[in-house]
Design a protein around this ligand. Structure first.
Ligand SMILES: Nc1ncnc2c1ncn2[C@@H]1O[C@H](COP(=O)(O)OP(=O)(O)OP(=O)(O)O)[C@@H](O)[C@H]1O
Ligand SMILES: [Mg+2]
Length: 383
């Protein structure tokens, strides 16, 4: 048996950012990102929930950047659920320390940095002979160390000396902090010659930050969107893993399987993993796939039920109604409102809340549940 860290194994992984050996496709997005990084551009990466955004940027492109430039600095921050300026700054500060440690694993350096960041202004220098980073300390002229700008000045200190890359995940969560966007505008001005990739899992909130012409980050950066993985590529990916248990699957069945879970990579992996562990020497047919989906949902009953229990009765009613029709173009339509038995205002409020929280997603065709497995669960057990 192969242990992951020693010999990376091809598997159906879920609930985590994945590495190259388990990452399927997105070749054109990789190419676009590489090109933009080379040109030191600023990028906003859009993609639906669980489509591999974090894996692509952090584990593939970020790692590739470090391999191409052995002496480099990659700043990675995840801003999920930041709620205040204080939280935001402390998250960025922790991200700086973490990124610094990953980029320069020199002993004790990070502890020093940590101690110094709260009161002093460290300057990070690279020894021209050994290439080792070192710290020299000066008191900050203005006492502005608790600002986003201060952290970006430190990133800039490094960026002046070596190739650097800035990645900020779940960037849309700053939308809740009124003054944050202006601070980031000033911060990004400091690192304007460094490639920056911003990404997040709630596209509509992320795009609002850049679309509003009066907003501080109006028209900032260039957009890259992640599309769906071609059926044939995911078929090969599934077949490669199924063959470990001597199972086979035709392109036709693999296509139906992908459609069954709306081509969301994480849901495909969840379903395939369930099939993979329960079959050997089998030609996987559509009947097997459908049965596997039922048993998978059954095994997740308590997880789905405790998740649904977080929603009010009215919210659950709307989730059930959307699941029933799978996609709703106009939730304000009289027919939909009538089915929910609520007022127009309540429906609009709940739809906005579910959308902002990523529970439902808006596509060209309308609103739908973000998690295809939850939609199947509701259709099977709640309708
Ligand atoms: N290209 C891919 N190949 C195989 N599996 C993938 C791919 N992209 C995503 N996945 C699946 O999706 C899961 C989540 O990946 P990741 O966290 O990178 O997605 P994300 O788009 O950042 O998610 P979120 O919207 O929650 O931020 C992985 O654990 C894996 O199951
Ligand atoms: Mg992510």
């Amino acid at each position: 048996m192969c242990i992951d860290t020693i010999c990376p194994m091809k598997a159906f992984l879920i609930d985590q950012a994945i590495e190259e050996e388990n990452f399927c496709n997105f070749e054109s997005e990789r190419e676009a990102l590489r090109r933009h990084i080379k040109q030191k551009n600023h990028i906003v990466l859009y993609g639906p929930r669980n489509f591999g955004k974090t894996s692509l940027v952090k584990n593939i492109i970020g790692k590739e950047f470090k391999q191409t430039h052995p002496e480099s600095f990659v700043f990675f921050a995840d801003l999920i659920e930041v709620r205040s300026m204080e939280m935001l700054v402390s998250r960025l500060r922790a991200a700086f320390e973490n990124s610094f440690r990953h980029s320069f694993p020199a002993k004790n350096l990070i502890q020093k940095t940590k101690r110094l960041l709260s009161a002093l202004r460290p300057e990070i220098n690279i020894d021209p002979l050994t290439g080792q980073p070192s710290l020299s300390i000066t008191l900050s002229e203005q006492k502005h160390q608790d600002t986003i700008v201060f952290i970006f000045e430190m990133i800039q200190d490094l960026a002046k000396k070596m190739p650097s890359l800035i990645i900020i995940d779940e960037f849309q969560d700053i939308a809740i902090i009124p003054e944050a966007q202006a601070h980031f505008r000033a911060a990004f001005e400091i690192t304007k010659d460094t490639p920056i990739i911003l990404l997040g899992s709630k596209n509509h909130i992320l795009s609002q930050i850049f679309a509003n012409p009066n907003a501080p980050l109006a028209s900032w950066g260039q957009d890259i969107s992640m599309g769906k993985i071609p059926y044939t590529d995911y078929h090969l990916y599934i077949q490669e893993r199924f063959s470990q248990n001597k199972n086979t699957i035709s392109l036709e069945t693999a296509t139906e399987l992908q459609d069954l879970v709306k081509r969301v990579p994480e849901s495909i992996n969840t379903l395939c993993q369930h099939i993979h562990i329960n079959h050997e020497n089998t030609d996987i047919t559509l009947t097997i796939v459908n049965t596997a989906l039922q048993t998978l949902l059954e095994s997740k009953t308590s997880r789905f039920e405790s998740y649904l229990a977080h929603f009010s009765d009215s919210e659950q009613k709307i989730l059930i109604e959307i699941s029933r029709i799978r996609i709703i173009e106009k939730p304000q339509s009289i027919a939909f409102i009538k089915k929910t038995g609520m007022t127009n205002k309540s429906v609009s409020r709940i739809i906005k809340k579910l959308w902002d929280n990523g529970v439902i997603t808006k596509q060209k065709e309308g609103y739908e549940l973000t998690d295809p497995l939850l939609e199947h669960y509701i259709r099977l057990y709640r309708i």
